[in-house]
Design a protein around this ligand. Structure first.
Ligand SMILES: Cc1ncc(COP(=O)(O)O)c(C=O)c1O
Length: 479
């Protein structure tokens, strides 16, 4: 084990120094007892006796054991791990944005930014209004489904089922269940699209609230029947929900609102700057068509007599779903990203994300099985079907790590056995795509000529292959 792998508490001298917090805080113990019950007070906290420089080295080394887009290509399908311009980070850290508290008097600049961001998102998606409250994509889904539920309740119509294709992101059925719906799974056609006959049949049942759809879907395919699909749902009294987590391939090209969707969530932390992943804050705004506007969470921001203020006047709102204004810093980054790129820049995002994915797709299908062989959008899915010597998707993904690259998403979507889901994103250069192709081809060669090296990978990472199932079932968490 390298020195850097020790926990900070395992470093330094054996006898740990302790801090006497009572003395440090300069608080009378009886006063402290009033603030915090004695049972919750820690008498001392062992702090390792390490010089500052070693602490800095410890964390600096740990940061290098991690991988991010600043290190290299991060082709994690569906996750859109793209480079986020540092200017957006800088802007979100301006003191006017980050040193205010939501309990202060309403800040006109911040409210105006949120108001304008909503207008931009309306224009981009073809929706009539937005709430910026949801804190993530899945949270946006839950919000949207609660809106759908309330809409039907208000109309005294019993609609307790949601249709979701088998290619959907796992959060879709999970959110629908949480919102109180039962789920009908639609089996995709051999072309990876929605089966129109099955959709029509299910909608005719009468108790289906609508369809939840990602388009382009998790296979990276744009459903060519989208207008027919939304028409079938509407003709049968349902609503269409658009999972817009991956909006980058359609920015400025087409809009969910024009495809016939009534409600959409976006992942600002994927499409519109802000690094995705790592469990940090995100934002999953919800956009709706006019008829669903009264159900949006409150408060909303409105402009009245030249000032921006909060509005709580709707009697049909589903209520608040997040404290204060949501994850405001993420909204600032998205605003800055949209303003910096402008309409033409956003279109270029779409064009390059699709171009990059198709470049990889065409090059990689020479060696790897491509189950859905057609023009893709921002991502595509390979499989381990024809890989020799019994080598699996997991082996390939682990071997990729040895080449200093993060692996693609694996074994998802579930409809492709042994899926390798690849999304290069629009921010990768041709050189970096060519390097990825080189690595994938090299691994394919190894699969034929030196299969053991692939089966036992990774060899060049701080730790070797983990038993992922055991780690998930029996995690050992340090106290
Ligand atoms: C298609 C799709 N829908 C929904 C989500 C959920 O978003 P979040 O992780 O922010 O909850 C994701 C996340 O990657 C996604 O790819």
């Amino acid at each position: 084990m390298r020195e850097g792998k020790k926990l900070i508490f395992e470093k330094g001298k054996k006898e740990l120094k302790t801090l006497n917090f009572n003395a440090r805080l300069d608080i009378d113990p009886t006063e402290l007892n009033e603030l915090l019950p004695e049972s919750l007070q820690r008498k001392d906290i062992p702090i390792p006796d390490i010089p500052e420089v070693e602490i800095v080295r410890h964390y600096f080394n740990l940061s290098h054991d991690n991988y991010g887009v600043d290190f290299g290509i991060y082709p994690l399908g569906s996750c859109t791990m793209k480079y986020n311009p540092k200017i957006n980070e800088k802007i979100s850290r301006l003191s006017g944005f980050c040193q205010i508290h939501p309990l202060q008097e309403e800040n006109q600049g911040c409210l105006e930014l949120m108001n304008l961001l909503s207008r931009f998102l309306e224009e981009i998606t073809g929706m009539d209004a937005f709430t910026l409250q949801p804190a993530a994509g899945a949270h946006g889904e839950l919000t949207g489904l609660l809106i759908i539920k309330k809409y039907f309740e208000q109309e005294n119509r019993i609609k307790n089922k949601i249709l979701i294709p088998d290619s959907a992101h796992g959060t879709n059925p999970a959110s629908a269940k949480l919102a109180g719906f039962s789920i009908i799974e639609l089996q995709s056609t051999p072309e990876g699209e929605i089966p129109l006959d099955k959709l029509e049949f299910a909608m005719e049942e009468g108790d289906v609230a609508g369809l939840m759809l990602t388009n382009p879907n998790t296979l990276g395919l744009f459903d060519r029947n989208i207008e027919t699909i939304t028409k079938i749902v509407h003709d049968n009294g349902g609503l269409c929900y658009y999972d817009g987590a991956n909006l980058n391939p359609i920015l400025g090209k087409c809009r969910p609102g024009d495809m016939g969707f009534d409600i959409v969530h976006l992942n600002l932390h994927k499409t519109f700057s802000t690094p995705h992943g790592g469990g940090g804050p995100g934002a999953g705004p919800i956009g709706v068509k006019k008829k669903l506007l009264p159900f949006l969470p409150e408060p909303s921001i409105i402009a009245r007599k030249g000032r921006f203020t909060r509005d709580k006047s709707s009697t049909m709102s589903i209520g608040r779903i997040r404290s204060f204004w949501g994850n405001f810093g993420i909204l600032v980054r998205a605003f800055s990203y949209i303003r910096a790129l402008g309409a033409d820049g956003l279109k270029r995002v779409a064009e390059i994300s699709v171009l990059n994915a198709n470049y990889l797709r065409i090059k990689l299908k020479e060696k790897y099985h491509l189950p859905y062989d057609r023009w893709c959008m921002h991502e595509f899915v390979l499989s381990d079907k024809d890989v020799p010597n019994g080598i699996t998707t997991e082996d390939i993904a682990k071997r990729i790590l040895d080449y200093g690259i993060y692996g693609p998403t694996i074994y998802f979507p579930l409809i492709v056995s042994g899926a390798l889901m690849i999304e290069p994103t629009e921010t990768e250069s041709k050189d970096s795509l060519d390097h990825f192709i080189f690595v994938m081809n090299k691994i394919h060669e190894e699969c034929r000529e030196n299969p053991e090296i692939v089966k036992t990978a990774p060899h060049d990472t701080p730790i070797g292959r983990l038993d992922a199932v055991l780690a998930a079932r029996r995690p050992i968490l340090h106290d």
